[in-house]
Design a protein around this ligand. Structure first.
Ligand SMILES: [Zn+2]
Length: 370
């Protein structure tokens, strides 16, 4: 059998290449399952993160028509306060737009029925029946989704994951968010908790993680990891960290992820090296995921991905060096996310379109019966 050459210059079996046709077919199947009218309905998406709640009206092309933002209520506040925040945002948007459903993307564990938030690290939600509570208070059908799942869905529908029938998304923020879209569906796992890639152990006995374990992937490849390493270096009064420290006004605590990225873009060798390390760990983790999932494409998003090739270049190198069966298998593409910080909002709104259809059908049948 003749062999063609993969992106890494390693031989790849030609029969296994060219998956785009299959991916397009699944995408088309999914689109066919929703009537064209429903696909155009504007819906509201809400992304509840650790510090900000953003809400927006999203049209059928995945474009945000109007967006509002507010601070996430403090963790000490009751679940009711977060509900109040959501209700206020929805009612304000619904005043000005003809919307048909609400999708909530929450940083937390959402059960497989997508009705209860089992646990949210930044909020006082513990087995919270969010969908029921909001459906009671709002006049709209409500969908609740994990924020990483919502972001992956948005990238699959409208962004860097389009046409891919097995997509893995990695979000590098303070930690690592993960999600899988398989054949046009979010793969949530049996209990709704799939995609917690950030807590795979990569270094036995390594850095402590808030999850209670040691050596989790997100302790080595995330915004927090980047800042920890940069600050450690600066606090050690290393000469190589002097330019970085000067950028932060001489304050170790003022070194942030965006500041390191900015320094790396300006060519500061230490900042480039720090991002190289984060990228290398990213590539190692992606190779582990490829061993488990065999996706066609990895989409990398989140704040740290703003570093672009400074992060993804080393990630791709480490991926190729670590991938099991390298040289004898196709390699998944590793691409940057396309939708930025709004991916979660857009995905939550789009996932709500499925219930918007039912909502409209119910309304219509009531009218017909009357
Ligand atoms: Zn962990």
């Amino acid at each position: 059998m003749t062999q063609s050459t993969g992106r890494s210059g390693q031989p790849v079996l030609p029969a296994l290449l060219g998956r785009s046709g299959r991916g397009d077919r699944f995408a088309a199947d999914r689109r066919r399952s929703l009537p064209a009218g429903v696909l155009r309905l504007p819906t509201i998406g809400i992304d509840i993160g650790g510090t900000k709640v953003i809400a927006g009206v999203v049209n059928g092309e995945g474009k945000i028509v109007e967006q509002l933002r507010t601070d996430t209520p403090d963790k000490s506040k009751s679940p009711k306060v977060v509900e109040d925040t959501i209700v206020e945002l929805v009612l304000e948007l619904a005043d000005r737009h003809d919307v048909h459903a609400v999708g909530i993307g929450a940083a937390g564990w959402v059960d497989s029925d997508r009705s209860r938030v089992l646990f949210a690290p930044h909020l006082n939600w513990r087995d919270e029946p969010l969908r029921e509570a909001l459906t009671d208070r709002l006049k709209f059908p409500v969908v609740v989704e994990n924020d990483a799942n919502a972001a992956a869905w948005a990238e699959w529908r409208f962004g860097a994951g389009r046409g891919e029938d097995l997509l893995a998304m990695i979000t590098l923020g303070t930690g690592i968010g993960g999600a899988v879209v398989r054949q046009g569906r979010v793969d949530r796992g049996r209990y709704g908790l799939a995609g917690e890639f950030g807590h795979m152990q990569v270094v036995p006995g390594g850095h402590r993680c808030p999850c209670g374990n040691r050596g989790c992937w997100e302790q080595y490849s995330s915004g927090n990891a980047l800042v920890r390493e940069a600050r450690e270096l600066a606090a050690a009064e290393s000469l190589v960290a002097e330019p970085l420290l000067a950028r932060a006004g001489g304050e170790v605590a003022a070194i942030t992820g965006p500041l390191v990225t900015e320094a790396a873009r300006d060519g500061d060798p230490m900042a480039v090296e720090l991002l190289h390390d984060i990228g290398t760990w990213l590539g190692v983790g992606l190779a582990n995921l490829a061993a488990a999932l065999d996706p066609g494409r990895f989409v990398v998003g989140g704040g740290v991905s703003a570093a672009g090739e400074l992060l993804l270049g080393p990630a791709k190198d480490a991926y190729r060096r670590t991938l099991t069966g390298r040289g004898f298998r196709p390699e998944a593409q590793i691409v940057p996310a396309a939708l930025g910080n709004e991916a979660g909002l857009i995905g939550a709104a789009d996932l709500a379109r499925a219930v918007a259809r039912r909502f409209r059908t119910v309304k219509r049948s009531r009218v017909e019966r009357a």
